[in-house]
Design a protein. Structure first.
Length: 338
């Protein structure tokens, strides 16, 4: 641990990375792509914004507020899960460092999500690891390994829940089983890719680092230890992951109910999971444009008229995108001064 500062020196640029010139350029391009997607989609659907606004005004405010609370209740759970993963990877042992509290880790997770909403390429995950590195004497590579493990575990639970929602929808006579199956196969493909990478890391755990440049070997070993070491006490981690994803589904279901959509919880679960897959490949910050189009398209396939579908997408993204920016920006400024 006494060489953390040296081996992770390249990560110090992360503090500048949120405002670096090259990143600003990539961010501007990604926002232009998102804007182009939204404009193209709106023009093709011939959206009536007046009717959409009337639909939004008729929404049940209290159900929408409950959806907001359901979403933000997942962040303490995410903080608790990350603390468990860090502990699994032997980060925070008495002879090493004391881990931050669950609430502090939840704040770091939130800041990472905020960063993902304003910069491309999922750099918010790296920013989360950087915040932990600043808070305690933990290697950035070590903490990033736990985040990678978290992503693989999330994908496993996502695929399981997608399969469950697909089964429920098929038994209830839903006519969009083929689309659901295609989405499920996409999730399975991503999960398989993660498992293959994880298996290769484990099989080559004693040899792969020797093929890397000398300056990267120690960093990779910490990353490998953080990733492989996270897979302990899996039942507890799986339960927390399940609770997090159910919270995501509850948020969307409450938004849908606020607008009196005649769709049940299984469809909300399927829809929330399907659109999470759209943010796996970070074409735009926070999936801006992609998620909105996905929500509207899947709701219309579920029999919802386009104006109500657009209203639902806008209300839901008010929670999952715009509120992250509104709340996250002042928190980000405060953290920069700490």
């Amino acid at each position: 641990m006494n060489t953390i500062a040296d081996s992770d020196s390249s990560i110090e640029a992360e503090q500048v990375g949120l405002s670096g010139r090259s990143l600003r350029t990539r961010t501007a391009i990604s926002f232009l792509i998102a804007a182009a997607l939204l404009v193209f989609f709106a023009s093709r659907l011939e959206i009536d914004f007046g009717r959409i606004w009337e639909t939004i005004k008729r929404a049940d405010f209290w159900l929408f507020a409950l959806g907001f609370l359901a979403y933000y209740a997942t962040f303490p759970l995410r903080g608790l899960r990350w603390r468990l993963l860090l502990s699994n990877a032997s980060i925070g042992q008495p002879e090493a460092v004391k881990l931050p509290s669950v609430w502090t880790l939840a704040e770091f997770v939130f800041l990472g999500w905020f960063a993902n909403c304003v910069i491309p390429a999922k750099l918010g995950d790296a920013y989360r690891g950087y915040q932990l590195k600043r808070a305690v004497r933990v290697s950035f590579a070590h903490s990033l390994g736990t985040i990678v493990a978290e992503r693989i575990l999330d994908m496993a639970v996502l695929v399981l829940l997608l399969f469950t929602s697909l089964w429920v929808l098929s038994t209830s006579g839903d006519r969009h089983g083929e689309l659901a199956t295609s989405i499920l196969m996409g999730g399975v493909a991503l999960l398989v890719a993660g498992i293959v990478g994880l298996t290769a890391m484990w099989l080559l755990r004693d040899r792969l680092h020797t093929r890397l440049p000398q300056r990267l070997q120690a960093m990779y070993l910490r990353f490998q230890h953080g990733t492989l070491g996270s897979f302990r006490r899996l039942p507890w981690v799986a339960l927390l992951s399940l609770a997090i994803w159910m919270g995501e589904a509850c948020r969307l279901y409450l938004v849908m109910t606020a607008l009196n959509l005649p769709l049940g919880f299984p469809y909300a679960l399927f829809l929330s999971l399907a659109n999470s897959l759209l943010t796996v490949v970070p074409f735009t910050p926070g999936g801006l444009g992609l998620v909105e189009v996905g929500v509207v398209g899947l709701l219309m396939l579920g029999g919802i008229d386009k104006d109500t579908a657009v209203a639902t997408a806008l209300l839901d993204r008010t929670i999952t995108y715009w509120s992250l920016i509104v709340i996250g920006f002042p928190l980000f400024l405060i953290r920069r001064r700490v």
